[in-house]
Design a protein around this ligand. Structure first.
Ligand SMILES: NC(=O)c1ccc[n+]([C@@H]2O[C@H](COP(=O)([O-])OP(=O)(O)OC[C@H]3O[C@@H](n4cnc5c(N)ncnc54)[C@H](O)[C@@H]3O)[C@@H](O)[C@H]2O)c1
Ligand SMILES: O=C(O)[C@H](O)[C@H](O)COP(=O)(O)O
Length: 372
């Protein structure tokens, strides 16, 4: 059995070697000839799995992507070739929630605001959006929810329209890239909709870059629109619109989901799916492999407020680290992918246990994801 795996998939060799030979390649450069005699292909979002890539796939029976998004898989092509596929829904949702929380707490400190005083809208209330909602709610914010496809299917009440969501002080985008059907998201934020966003607003995109018309956003910023931008995802990755970067307050190279736990969970989920596909028992686990975090417990000696939450959040993950590396590396050829490949270890809030022997009021910190 030969299993071809993107080299940026942590713990892949440890897990997939249960089934056979594991071959590691750079996901961005996997070619059709690499798939000759390969039984299973395990990718990340940078590999376009389509007719062109699968042209020489004579034995391929399974494709796994260790990601939430599946816009890089041509599902029709996989079905036509009778190739099974799986993704890893929710694998890095906690990591994305941590990212948004870290970014908004940076901006809250810089712009002197309290999240509880802001109107916040989350657009796309699935796995990642819900993680953002629970963190912001823990920090006292009232969060508006916008998810027309869910409202249509689940008959939910209290959700707002896209137009209402775009009036919020803070707008967080968590939608997938959908190019067909009645809820398409490519350029969901058109030039016209972007223009209607408030001058004091904050716009965070950690979904997919194509959801915002990046050229229109640049034109708007060049005309002096003052909204604050947090962009983790960009149109045309790995070569984002360089002129846009100086207008972005927090800019990162598509790493919102890159906690070690999130990436490892992605690998483990497709490993388990492949074992099931083969009718075998998955006998390995990432919990046996993940390293102990550098700081794993802290004694709590005060009740929680936003300032205290910020200290703890940024102790575990301060997004400014990734923003600084992004600005330094993005001008270099291949810089975007290089930053992702050499991403510094980052742990989730849950890696830090808060010991509260004096029973201070810190329930909100546990709601943020810190461990008890
Ligand atoms: N930046 C990163 O590192 C990172 C990490 C994980 C996921 N993502 C991206 O985020 C996307 C969302 O992830 P998820 O786990 O929350 O997915 P999900 O499928 O759990 O949730 C997506 C939600 O968006 C909603 N939605 C779809 N179209 C919409 C529209 N037009 N308007 C409003 N809502 C809409 C869906 O109904 C669904 O509830 C993924 O598809 C992926 O592209 C990025
Ligand atoms: O869809 C996802 O899960 C995320 O966008 C994921 O973090 C992307 O990471 P990549 O596969 O590009 O390494």
């Amino acid at each position: 059995m030969k299993i071809l795996v993107d080299e940026n998939m942590p713990y892949a060799t440890e897990l997939f070697s249960q089934f056979g030979e594991v071959v590691l390649l750079s996901g961005r450069t996997i070619q059709a000839e690499d798939l000759h005699d390969v039984n299973a292909l395990m990718v990340r979002s940078v590999t376009q799995v389509n007719d062109e890539l699968l042209a020489q796939a004579n034995k391929l029976a399974f494709v796994g992507t260790a990601t939430i998004g599946i816009d890089h898989l041509d599902l029709v092509c996989l079905q036509q070739r009778n190739i099974a596929y799986t993704n890893a829904p929710g694998c890095n949702a906690v990591s994305v929630g941590d990212y948004v929380c870290s970014a908004l707490l940076v901006l809250a400190e810089q712009q002197l605001f309290t999240l509880a005083d802001k109107s916040i809208a989350v657009i796309g209330v699935g796995n990642t959006g819900s993680q953002t909602v629970s963190r912001l709610t823990a920090l006292g914010a009232q969060v508006m929810l916008c998810d027309p496809p869910r409202v249509e299917k689940e008959d939910l009440t209290g959700f707002v329209s896209l137009e209402q969501a775009l009036q919020a002080d803070i707008i967080c985008l968590h939608v997938p890239l959908v190019k067909t059907g009645s809820h398409q998201t490519k350029h969901l934020l058109t030039a016209e909709l972007l223009t209607g966003i408030g001058q004091d607003a904050i716009l965070v995109n950690s979904g997919r870059g194509d959801v915002i018309d990046n050229q229109a956003l640049l034109a708007l910023k060049q005309m002096g629109h003052a909204m604050t931008l947090v962009l983790d995802v960009w149109e045309n990755e790995p070569t984002p619109l360089l002129e846009l970067i100086p207008y972005v307050a927090i800019a990162t190279p598509h790493i919102a989901g890159y906690s070690l736990e999130g990436k490892a969970r992605g690998t483990e989920m497709i490993y388990q799916a492949y074992a099931q596909f083969l009718g075998l028992q998955a006998d390995r686990s990432i919990s046996d492999i993940l390293p102990v975090p550098a700081i794993s417990r802290i004694d709590i000696n005060q009740s929680a407020d936003q300032t205290f939450a910020k200290k703890l959040v940024h102790l575990v993950y301060d997004v400014r680290r990734d923003d600084a590396i992004f600005r330094k590396s993005i001008m270099k050829a291949g810089g975007f992918d290089e930053m992702r490949k050499n991403y510094l270890e980052r742990r989730e809030f849950s890696s830090l246990r808060l010991v509260n022997e004096s029973h201070y009021a810190v329930e909100s910190l546990y709601q943020l994801g810190f461990a008890k």
